[in-house]
Write a protein that binds this ligand. Structure first.
Ligand code: HSE
Length: 427
């Protein structure tokens, strides 16, 4: 008996999946005793299906897949939370297994989707939604399941990691680094999701839900992107012994789940500091296993298709053997989301000011007024245009107090010539 598959979305990742099925169907039968048969592909562009030799399976109407009683498993690869939501929910209601790479959908409608899968006694699998080709969801749901996980830290956005690497190591400006990332095809169609941190936020929401057995949604993740980062910040960080990464962070704390995405200084000696270019890495700390790190290519046709097809084969094997779904929702607890206000860490804050008497003293006074103790203060840059950078590094301070400092500084329009760059330190 073959497991019949309907694939929706024939772009980069969909094309990669079609190629894998075509090239390895016989291997899968031999190795795993699973015969997967692609019976329908749906997209808006017939040419994409034809380019992968499956023009005869083409439809532009996803209902022909969802409504086909022959189809056991639907692969959703169009992304987003619009039509994809309809496809995934309707496919589950129709009793079909679903494999998706859709992080935005899983990070916003995960609970509803798991509930529908449970009701229909089928599975939803989404390994490719985080970390591209890196196995992380399956290891967390299986191999690490006996652990109480205390932290998950991830470099989970290849575009921004590539940009930060180019800015830091090659001195590119933010704009030049973004242009290059787009030219190389790393950035999503709309780079906002990458550079403003929302892509990483969806991914850490998914990982935190699994790690802490408690539902975390995209809206729970405090998110800041990398727009304000300049070569000078990366140079300053390096001089202080740190690399700057857009880090997706989830910690179990006494106040609840501390979950956030922002540019972060991590010690150069930490393995995560050496994850460069488009590579992703996810660092998981469990009470039994200790520290683990998962590393690999976080995007692209091959890696993402590898993750999708891993799920497909896993699910197809259970369908073939008649084994009931075993990988359901694991969010059985209801932990609160910790307020960002209570975060305590060190901060790097840089902004441009006019180079004139009293400005530095006035800025320093703002920190002191909000009970933020300074570890170092530096004025740097030439005064060509009568403008210089002020760089403050704090001792451990409360986020709430730092917010108050930033709010007060924002009001000093005669001396604040740039939006402050804020980088938190994760030691
Ligand atoms: N745009 C993402 C990244 C890849 O740059 O990592 C897809 O999740």
């Amino acid at each position: 008996m073959s497991v019949k598959i309907g694939l929706i979305g024939t772009g980069t990742v969909g094309g990669g999946c079609i190629d894998i099925i075509k090239n390895h169907r016989e291997d899968f039968k031999r190795h795993y005793g699973v015969d997967i048969e692609l019976v329908r592909v749906c997209s808006l562009d017939r040419k994409e299906a034809e380019a992968h030799g499956v023009g005869d399976l083409f439809t532009d109407d996803f209902n022909e897949i969802i409504g086909d009683p022959e189809i056991d498993l639907v692969i959703e690869l169009i992304g987003g939370t619009g039509v994809a939501h309809t496809i995934v929910t309707e496919a589950l209601k129709a009793g079909k297994y679903v494999v998706t790479a859709n992080k935005a959908l899983m990070a916003t409608a995960g609970e509803e989707i798991f509930h529908l899968a449970d009701e229909a006694n089928v599975e939803i699998a989404f390994e490719a939604s985080v970390g591209g080709g890196i196995p992380i969801i399956d290891p967390m749901k299986h191999s690490l399941i006996s652990n109480e996980v205390s932290s998950v830290l991830g470099i989970v956005n290849g575009t921004t990691n590539y940009m930060l690497t180019r800015i830091g190591e090659d001195g590119l400006t933010y704009d030049a680094a973004l242009k290059e990332a787009q030219e190389k095809g790393f950035a999503e169609a709309d780079p906002t999701a990458d550079v403003d941190g929302f892509d990483a936020a969806a991914k850490i929401a998914i990982l935190a839900s699994i790690a802490f057995n408690s539902r975390v949604v995209l809206g729970d993740v405090k998110t800041e992107g990398i727009r304000n980062i300049s070569p000078v910040d990366l140079k300053n960080a390096r001089e202080m012994g740190y690399a700057v990464k857009l880090l997706a962070i989830a910690h179990r704390t006494p106040e609840g789940i501390d979950v956030r995405v922002h540019p972060t200084m991590i010690p150069l000696s930490h393995q995560m500091a050496n994850v460069n270019g488009v590579f992703n890495a996810i660092y998981v700390v469990g009470d039994a296993v200790g520290e683990t790190m998962f590393f690999g290519e976080g995007a692209g046709a091959g890696p993402a298709a590898s993750a999708v097809m891993g799920d497909v084969l896993d699910v197809a094997r259970r369908i073939t053997l008649g084994v009931p779904p075993i990988v359901g929702c694991t969010c059985t607890d209801k932990l609160p989301i910790a307020s960002m206000d209570s975060l305590e860490t060190r901060y790097y804050i840089r902004f441009v000011v006019p180079d004139r008497t009293g400005v530095l003293a006035k800025a320093a006074e703002v920190f002191s007024r909000h009970d933020v103790s300074l570890r170092s203060v530096k004025q740097q840059g030439t005064s060509e245009h009568n403008e210089v950078d002020l760089v403050f590094v704090t001792h451990t301070a409360r986020e709430k107090n730092i917010r108050a400092v930033l709010d007060e500084l924002a009001g000093l329009s005669d001396m604040l010539l740039s939006e402050p760059t804020v980088i938190r330190v994760e030691d």
